[in-house]
Design a protein. Structure first.
Length: 67
């Protein structure tokens, strides 16, 4: 796989993860407004945290490839 293809795959994964974050924004807003309990929101929060961490790692890998 070429460097360009690797970067493409990383960007594709980032877009997928951002889509997943977007799809759970409604629950995050409901929690912020008090419509979801801590117990109901905890698994969603943990998943969102995981997705953001993966996005950050992928972005760092892409940045490292530029050097």
């Amino acid at each position: 796989m070429t460097k360009r293809e690797i970067k493409f795959e990383k960007y594709k994964r980032i877009n997928d993860l951002k889509g997943k974050l977007h799809s759970t924004d409604y629950q995050a807003i409901k929690y912020a407004e008090g419509e979801l309990t801590e117990t109901e929101y905890t698994p969603i929060r943990e998943q969102r945290r995981s997705w953001r961490a993966e996005i950050n790692a992928l972005e760092a890998e892409i940045e490292a490839m530029k050097q």
